[in-house]
Write a protein that binds this ligand. Structure first.
Ligand code: ADP
Ligand code: MG
Length: 481
């Protein structure tokens, strides 16, 4: 029997506001426990929440970016449940009238084809606190700093058909919220996390299978592994004659398996009702226009422009447009070069990315700024150094040894283009390689590479490779006569 996997994601993006969604407490990460929660965050009797306008603006920005309807009227609801880190006894969320409805995002699959993923809704809600278990013996600690932090919950249609597709979609949403500057995307700090709903059904079956919800996946690698495991688990159950039960499961990354947490509650278990303390959110056209004007160039539009304007390969474009900072860096280097975007792209994708990865730095913190890299590449273009020597110069720049020109000068790395000097090196090489010269004469053209290597070595990599090739060919054909 062939099985088809069906996946829908609920992504929680923490909105990048300075204060909480209904109070003036700070949202800064990492403070001492319970120093950033006030009476409103804790839901004390008699306090009144006041909606943070910035959270509304950021949610609207997201809605416009995914071509969704930004509701002119949305309302907040109480979602009631009992949990130690939710002292109010309810979470303020949106249920019937969310702020964003019916959008979509196009993702690019591994085989290069595109797929449209429907986004059912995105609603505003507050985060809960956090239960702490480490170093507390049998006790549980409660840190309420996170209570009341604004979240945008982005709910997809069940449109994904593999773990890989789900991870690709999650990456695309991550990239988008960072482009929009509405979420810092920090997954270690929990600013971006995801619940995956997974089910299987016989291929060709129209009805959806029973799903399990995998909670709090906070890495692209884990979401893929957790879903892979879950698919196998469900198929095994059904093929063994059993039935999948609807439940919430937790992924254990140490053991690479999912475990049951609780049976899945239904919407009616939460006794949703409109929050009487909060007014409906009403947005007018002027506001929407204003937010629309703030939208940056979106990732897919930038990617298309990079293809048309610079003629770059799709793989390179994906890397260069991964973040706005990377794209800006690349464009700044390309601008200093004027007419060689491919050279700029190769270096940003190659040497620069390598150095950043090695040192664990974001591109904003690059030790070589774009104009400095541009100067280095200029020296390749004007023939002062070869591409190979440029890598050596780049390393020195990265280590803070100076500008490209200073390093080329100080280390004596200027390319040798003097014909006589190169001829001398070629003569020495040929006179000490009688055996290879004979092979070349006998028709083995491949030996040329050996000669080039020897001459380059003798020049410590500084001879102009093009000239070396020319002179070698010429001398060898002279000798053959
Ligand atoms: P809930 O209110 O329980 O969270 P929703 O109907 O809002 O459930 O759906 C939550 C997510 O689960 C959505 O992303 C949706 O696409 C997905 N989903 C719903 N049913 C299935 C299913 N049978 N298999 C996989 N995903 C599903
Ligand atoms: Mg849900």
């Amino acid at each position: 029997m062939e099985w088809e996997t069906v996946i829908g994601l609920e992504i929680h993006a923490q909105l990048a506001t300075r204060s909480k969604i209904f109070s003036g407490s700070s949202t800064a990460y990492g403070a001492e426990p319970n120093t950033q929660a006030n009476l409103i965050d804790l839901g004390y009797p008699g306090v009144l929440p006041v909606l943070n306008a910035e959270a509304v603006r950021l949610a609207a920005k997201f809605g416009l970016a995914i071509g969704a309807t930004v509701s002119r009227r949305s309302i907040f609801a109480r979602k009631n449940y009992f949990y130690p880190d939710l002292p109010k006894g309810y979470q303020i969320s949106q249920y019937e009238l969310p702020i964003v409805e019916q959008g979509s995002l196009t993702i690019r699959l591994d085989d290069g084809t595109e797929k449209v993923i429907g986004i059912t809704r995105a609603h505003l809600e507050e985060d809960a606190g956090k239960s702490l278990h480490e170093n507390l013996g049998d006790a549980t600690g409660i840190d309420l700093n996170r209570a009341g932090t604004p979240l945008l919950e982005i709910v997809s249609e069940p449109d994904m058909r593999s773990a890989r597709e789900a991870a690709t979609y999650m990456r695309a949403i991550h990239q988008l919220v960072r482009y929009l500057d509405i979420c810092d995307g920090n997954m270690q700090e929990g600013s971006f996390r995801c619940d995956a709903n997974v089910s299987v059904r016989p291929s060709g079956e129209a009805k959806l299978g029973t799903r399990a919800e995998l909670k709090n996946l906070n890495s692209f690698r884990f979401i893929e592994k957790a879903i892979e495991y879950e698919i196998e688990r469900q198929i095994d159950i059904i093929e063994g004659g059993g039935k999948v039960v609807q439940e919430t499961r937790l992924y254990d990354s140490d053991r690479d398996e999912t475990r049951s947490m609780r049976s899945k509650e239904e919407a009616h278990d939460y006794r949703y009702f409109p929050d009487p303390d909060l007014l409906p959110v009403e947005l007018d056209d002027a506001f929407i226009k204003e937010v629309e004007a703030e939208l940056p160039e979106l990732p897919w539009i930038k990617a298309q422009r990079f293809a048309e304007e610079f003629g770059l390969r799709r793989d390179d474009i994906d890397i260069l447009t991964a973040s706005r900072a990377t794209a800006d860096y690349f464009e700044a280097v390309a601008a200093t070069l004027g007419d060689d975007p491919k050279l700029a792209a190769n270096w940003v994708v190659g040497e620069l990315s390598g150095a950043l990865n090695r040192d664990g730095l974001e591109i904003e913190a690059s030790r070589v700024p774009p104009h400095a890299l541009g100067e280095l590449l200029q020296r390749i273009k004007d023939g002062t150094i070869s591409g190979k020597i440029a890598k050596e110069v780049f390393e020195a720049m990265w280590n803070g040894e100076g500008t490209a020109d200073e390093i080329i000068e100080n280390k004596g790395l200027k390319q040798i283009t003097d014909r006589d000097a190169i001829e001398q090196l070629v003569d020495v090489t040929l006179s000490t390689s009688a055996e290879q010269v004979q092979q070349y004469r006998d028709g083995n053209q491949k030996v040329l590479g050996f000669f080039v290597g020897q001459v380059m070595k003798a020049s410590q990599g500084k001879a102009n490779p093009k000239q070396v090739n020319e002179i070698l060919r010429q001398k060898l054909s002279d000798e053959a006569e």
